[in-house]
Design a protein around this ligand. Sequence first.
Ligand SMILES: Cc1cc2nc3c(=O)[nH]c(=O)nc-3n(C[C@H](O)[C@H](O)[C@H](O)COP(=O)(O)O)c2cc1C
Length: 402
Amino acid sequence: MLGNTFGRVFQITTCGESYGYHASKDSGGVGGSLFCIVNGVPPGMKLDVAQIQRELDKRRPGQSKLDSPRKETDQVEVVSGLLEGLTTGAPVGLLIRNVDTQDIHVEQYRQVKDVVRPAHAELNFFYKYGEHGDWCGAGRASGRETVGRVAGGAVAKQILAREGVEVLAHVIESHGIKGRSVSAGTMDFQEVKANYRANDLNCCDLPMAEKMIADLLKVREAGDTAGGAIEIIARGVPAGLGEPVFDKLKATIAHGLMSIGAVAALEFGAGWDAASALGSQWNDQPFLQQGKVRFRTNHCGGFLGGMSNGEDLVMRLAVKPTPTISKEQDTVDMMTLEQKKLAAITRRDITICPRIYPVAESMVAVCVLDALYLARGWHGVARIDPKWQELAQPRHQGQYTK
Ligand SMILES: Cc1cc2nc3c(=O)[nH]c(=O)nc-3n(C[C@H](O)[C@H](O)[C@H](O)COP(=O)(O)O)c2cc1C
């Protein structure tokens, strides 16, 4: 399998599967694990392992009635890159063991291993890996793959915190029920911070969250699952990150976010509203505030020419309904090539939204940090007049109004 590393200077490399069951059984080992190697961590940093654990706890399953009942502890072990509590500049290795890989669940997957589950990645796994693909819990296509990303993203967040950058995401829609959002100009960043993780869904519009949760419980009773949307905001990002052509920050963030399973669509700022807008409505007009260039609106989501413009980066993701559902659906047995019916009994989330937001935060953090490394490298050599760098520092007081 190719493509398990993301980032150019600051890089995360992940491995590990949903169950890692065969590997552990076959080798008499301790059990399948997930792993992240983080490249580009500066030396002399006091790595806050408790903060990595807090990030992992955000996406851990089995915490609420909306999650998969799978009981994983997701305890992180730092296995390299530290000496006496400080980073050495060497790769940081993060290990997270799968602990809830019970035989009964493995058997449930074994019984339908040749029958592709609708909307899962399995069909393509047959095309790419033949009969040797991992059939247990979707292998690398499982939501558990994202554990490594969150662990690596937690390290990126710690480095970004030193630069005054923070990244937060929250749920803004579930099964057609919409909450207020920064991108719609109906919520500001302070409210996102104040209400962050205030409910099981992590929807910061608290009254709407109650409606969404009540609806989701009905969806579960019907044996179904629901889609939704999340919004990600990165505050404190200096202007000019990203390159003007292929390596736009917008493009690398799109790469990072679209690489997360179940993401169906991505918008920057007001996104699709651009299609129906006039230039006079859409253009974010610059003005001067205390000697810095600000914008009256943020329809572009903090990007100009694909590079950061010093305002908040704002992205929205549409998240598809969880593929595994209990209702009977058509499918195909890939070994016998027979038409089959399948009604799944394996564990699943009713909605992926409250599980995916920490993953999205991590991918944006990795992209911004990677771009920051490249920009600092550029400025270190190019000798641009420092006044331009001073001007590019972030400015995020105040609120955008529509
Ligand atoms: C954090 C996370 C949790 C997920 N949980 C589940 C789940 O419980 N059940 C399920 O069927 N799919 C789940 N998925 C979705 C599948 O991994 C994904 O839809 C599938 O691999 C197909 O990929 P695609 O949706 O990008 O086409 C989860 C994805 C993520 C990122």
